[in-house]
Design a protein around this ligand. Structure first.
Ligand code: HEM
Length: 529
């Protein structure tokens, strides 16, 4: 197999080939014809009709007319940065992934941080989940860790994703409001789908209004697999921890900033990197032996649950440093295409039904967003590892396939690449044994929607609990339908007595009788004492 040289500079060198620098050059058309005049269109006389013949005007206007591509269906607003990842020591005991073996190696990365619900022009400081997507350009191909700043998710099965997003986005008849949480449809969905409760606690907490992208954790959310050289598979959860610590805004600041400086987070990231104040994040992993998974008390395939760190501590693995701003926002931050399915040998998927849906959704949406099947050839998406296959043609194809034969196998030569054994870096899916009936059903092990919600609420300090309660009062206070507020309170009653009574009081509603779950863990609530 080809030896692949991957270091921090190699992605920049690859991108440099595609940069166009107009300064110091003649202005030309797209066909390379030098332009003599670009301030007046071609007319019959100075006040006369404009001529269709003016190819320069038509090209300039046509190109302008087609500048926009669809924004992402979720995570439309974001900011990106280049950097590199370095492992502290070889992780061979857990994984065969080559970029996790050698501490002297710097693997180039591109990161995009985002909000979820707002449109491309929305404010950075809205109460929302933040995306934390990392593309590693490894020597074995691209690995994308497409995570969020909250370790759990709203739903357990991806088939509910269109529902939760429709409910969270502006209502279809009038496109208002922009804010994720402050409207009836979002809380209607939440009140009808109790699996959202753990995530609701997180997004009503200060976690959902981060101070800076530089001060935000990241999580892979799902349980993945690490697979070692002997093909032993272990479960793994991925964590990013900012070296600056995790910090939030307070709600009053977030609201004022949304009006005064809607680009607050984007500017902060850009300026920090320009000043040489490079954001750094430590990658950590929670490892769980397959045999221990059943003893956990939570189902590892349920993305609304986390693995307590008392059970599986977070082991530091390496460091991500963001040291370069994109040269062009559109070319890099807008055109980058992350996909959960982009994976390298040594890392693998699990049967988490949320993850399985994501394995389909990202490439599918990018076919539309990036104009057809060839978006992996866009410079920011191109792997540093070589690409040889018989994929061909389609809109915006850049590569010319060489040779007469475009099928595998062939004996006509020229067009027939080799297959790689596992030892040569061929990706072999983990041979998980499975059997069962074909059914649409949720596992009973996914049923407890309140214990970890309660644990999270009780783990907060008194001021943090107050912030959460205030956020619930604010957001639910905007809901016009009383029955929705009442249904949400019924769920809160199963989480914590103080939570439900304080929120009910804020809404001017009677508190339902509290029947909180009693999970093992920190003592009950302490806010507003
Ligand atoms: C973006 C689907 C759950 C993190 C997207 C996009 C889609 C999508 C269609 C737009 C991609 C693009 O246009 O390039 C889904 C589905 C989900 C799901 C169907 C559940 C079944 C999640 C979860 C996380 C997550 C659980 C976090 C672990 C992200 C991030 C982005 C994103 C970070 C933005 C990537 C970027 O910066 O370009 N998702 N998503 N999503 N999703 Fe998800």
């Amino acid at each position: 197999p080809d030896a692949v040289h991957v270091d921090e500079k190699s992605k920049d060198q690859q991108l440099a080939k595609d940069r166009s620098e107009p300064t110091g050059n003649f202005l030309t058309t797209d066909q390379g014809i030098r332009v003599e005049h670009t301030d007046d269109s071609l007319k019959i006389g100075a006040r006369g009709p404009t001529l269709l013949e003016d190819f320069h005007f038509r090209e300039k206007m046509t190109r302008f007319d087609h500048e926009r591509i669809p924004e992402r269906v979720v995570h439309a607003r974001g900011a990106g940065a280049h950097g590199y990842f370095q492992v502290y020591e070889s992780q061979a005991k857990y994984t065969r992934a080559k970029f996790l073996q050698d501490p002297s190696k710097k693997t180039p990365v591109f990161v995009r941080f985002s909000t979820v619900a707002g449109s491309r022009g929305s404010a950075d400081t809205a109460r929302d989940v933040r995306g934390f997507a990392v593309k590693f350009y490894t020597e074995e191909g691209n690995w994308d860790l497409v995570g969020n700043n909250i370790p759990v998710f709203f739903i357990q099965d991806g088939i509910k994703f269109p529902d939760i997003i429709h409910a969270a986005k502006p209502e279809p008849h009038h496109e208002i409001p922009q804010a994720q949480t402050a409207h009836d449809s979002f809380w209607d969905f939440v009140s009808l789908v109790p699996e959202t409760m753990h995530m609701i606690m997180w997004i009503m907490s200060d976690r959902a209004i981060p101070r800076s992208f530089r001060m935000m954790q990241g999580f892979g959310v799902h349980t993945f697999r690490f697979v070692d050289e002997k093909n032993t598979s272990r479960f793994v959860k991925f964590h990013w921890k900012p070296l600056l610590g995790t910090h939030s805004l307070v709600w009053d600041e977030a609201q004022k900033l949304a009006g005064k400086d809607p680009d607050f987070h984007r500017r902060d990231l850009y300026e920090a990197i320009e000043q040489g104040d490079f954001p750094e994040y430590e990658l950590g992993v929670q490892i769980l032996e397959e045999a221990d998974a059943t003893k956990l008390g939570v189902d590892l395939l349920d993305a609304t649950k986390l693995i307590p760190e008392e059970v599986a501590p977070v082991i530091p693995v390496g460091k991500l440093t963001l040291d370069r701003n994109p040269t062009n926002f559109f070319a890099e931050t807008e055109q980058v295409a992350f996909c959960v399915a982009n994976i390298v040998p040594g890392i693998d998927f699990t049967d988490d039904p949320l993850m399985q849906a994501r394995l389909f959704s990202y490439l599918d949406t990018q076919l539309t967003r990036l104009g057809g099947p060839n978006f992996a050839e866009i410079p920011i998406n191109r792997p540093l590892a070589p690409v040889h296959n018989h994929q061909q043609d389609g809109f915006h194809r850049q590569t010319s396939n060489v040779g007469r034969a475009n099928y595998f196998p062939n004996s006509l030569g020229g067009g027939c690449p080799f297959l790689a054994s596992q030892q040569q870096g061929g990706f072999v899916h983990h041979p998980e044994p499975v059997s069962g009936k074909k059914i649409r059903e949720r596992a009973a092990s996914f049923n407890d929607h309140y214990s970890q919600a309660a644990l999270f609420f009780r783990s907060l300090s008194a001021p943090e609990q107050e912030h959460l309660i205030d956020a619930c009062r604010f957001e639910l206070g905007k809901v016009e339908t009383k029955a929705i507020q009442e249904r949400v309170l019924e769920h809160f009653a199963k989480i914590d007595a103080l939570l439900v009574s304080a929120v009910a009081e804020g809404l001017g509603l009677p508190a339902p009788k509290a029947t909180p779950v009693t999970p093992k863990g920190p003592p009950a609530s302490k806010a507003l004492s």
